[in-house]
Ligand binder design. Structure first.
Ligand SMILES: Nc1ncnc2c1ncn2[C@@H]1O[C@H](COP(=O)(O)OP(=O)(O)OP(=O)(O)O)[C@@H](O)[C@H]1O
Ligand SMILES: Nc1ncnc2c1ncn2[C@@H]1O[C@H](COP(=O)(O)OP(=O)(O)OP(=O)(O)O)[C@@H](O)[C@H]1O
Ligand SMILES: [Mg+2]
Ligand SMILES: [Mg+2]
Lengths: 255, 255
């Protein structure tokens, strides 16, 4: 199983939308996928319609009171499983911070699970911050996917997440940048084009060719608990995330 | 001086855009305003074109190594001053967490400054999280302004920030909700209208009448280091934030 963090400390750039829809598209293509909601907000959990999962989350495994496998729940989509978030998860930041291994706690917790996990890929949807949950995700992951909104503040923050990835390599030498995914691209504006050009110039080999356009349907889908391939199967959002899943697999298989 | 936190743990909802442009509009109307960037990302700092301020930030005052007044810098706008952010600020979360008064540290630091501060209003631009910096801001503030993007996930998170405000009242009984500000409203979509209706139904007395529309100029302005009233003085963004500043003052004076 390959473990990928979906992370960017800038808020609202499309981390959850990307983690949920990329997972759904990979499951549609026959891959077995585990989506882990590491954000106490629980947006990925509600985006798949999993409201009440009996408080399951990574919280108890992180504090050593449950096994990872106890927290896995099926979704109604074939081959797509989830470890949901619960509000306890916010408490995990404080509890993990007090441990000696506060940086590598998640890696240890997942360490015995990963080798026998029945999944091809697992994605960690990270909260918008440089706190414990996000750094734990980077310390545990094989790769990080960086969704990047086509806006000025998001571009400004890119060097920061790249710097953090460099620093985490101190504890996780395996960590690589799996790619930068341009999101909420609005072809009618110069700003989107400028940000895209800038990123393509400085991160030519890392940025995905697939661009996710701004589409209101992507914003509507989570209110119905549906990934975009169910909510609007033939729209621009579904087409883009299917193309992203194809490009993702090409990179993985070429890796 | 009145101290207001601009906060919402949901990312990308318009906290910085609101803090910067409301501050600029109030200064334009003759108020003396201090904008404090409490987000290590430093978006409010760059939105006013203050790139290099010699590392000034609230970091040293928070750890007791400098006075608040040392960190105040002028902007090129009359009556608008700033305490910028620097990357050290990320370290403040960890250092403050270790103090006994980790929840009220900012309030103590500002306590001796506020009574003699030469400002009418101070706004704290908060990072997207439920961490130390945000809870410190709420523990110190007289009121909290909650920008709310007209999207499903943002609506889902509203009960969370309201709950956190309730909890903080334990250490800051003075804290009130100054208002909910609807942002990035797109009149062409049902989603925006649904979210607005929902918020008006449950928070009728708290939500501002002024709605901030989605306008690409608001996204472009920070790349020039300009508030919207300078970048596009007669556009929909400037008009909306001027109307918001008027409604804000009416509430303040009526209070
Ligand atoms: N391509 C898109 N087009 C239109 N809306 C989008 C798109 N991608 C995401 N959204 C919407 O934009 C908002 C922000 O996206 P999302 O919540 O996925 O970002 P995030 O980075 O996970 O946010 P946070 O930092 O709070 O975790 C959401 O309301 C989402 O529905
Ligand atoms: N009304 C608007 N219309 C169009 N774009 C907007 C509007 N308000 C904000 N933006 C843009 O949307 C993005 C998110 O806004 P902003 O950064 O102010 O949110 P935030 O809540 O401060 O984010 P964070 O959670 O990362 O601190 C920015 O790129 C900003 O320029
Ligand atoms: Mg998210
Ligand atoms: Mg901000």
């Amino acid at each position: 199983m390959k473990l990928l963090a979906v992370a960017n400390q800038k808020g609202g750039v499309g981390k959850t939308t990307t983690a949920v829809n990329l997972s759904a598209c990979l499951a549609e293509r026959g891959k077995r996928v585990l989506l882990i909601d590491l954000d106490p907000q629980g947006n990925a959990t509600s985006a798949l319609g999993l409201e009440d999962t009996g408080g399951r989350s990574l919280y108890e495994p992180l504090i050593g009171q449950a096994a990872v496998t106890d927290e896995i729940v099926p979704t109604r989509f074939e081959r797509l499983f989830m470890i949901p978030a619960s509000l306890d998860l916010a408490g995990a930041e404080i509890e993990v911070a007090r441990l000696d291994d506060h940086l590598t706690r998640l890696r240890e917790v997942l360490g015995s699970f990963i080798p026998k996990a029945p999944f091809d890929y697992a994605f960690l949807d990270c909260p918008p911050s440089l706190g414990i949950l996000m750094t734990n995700a980077l310390a545990a992951a094989d790769k990080v996917l960086i969704p990047l909104q086509c806006e000025y503040f998001a571009l400004e923050g890119l060097s920061k997440i790249v710097q953090v990835v460099e620093q985490i390599r101190g504890v996780n030498s395996n960590l690589g940048i799996g790619g930068i995914i341009m999101t909420m691209y609005d072809a009618r504006t110069n700003l989107s084009q400028q940000v895209l050009n800038e990123v393509r110039q400085h991160f030519a080999h890392v940025v995905f060719q697939t661009i996710i356009p701004r589409s209101i349907r992507l914003g509507e889908a989570p209110s119905f608990g549906q990934p975009i391939i169910e909510y609007e199967p033939n729209g621009v959002g579904a087409t883009a995330y299917r193309a992203l899943s194809e490009e993702f697999l090409q990179r993985e298989q070429g890796a």
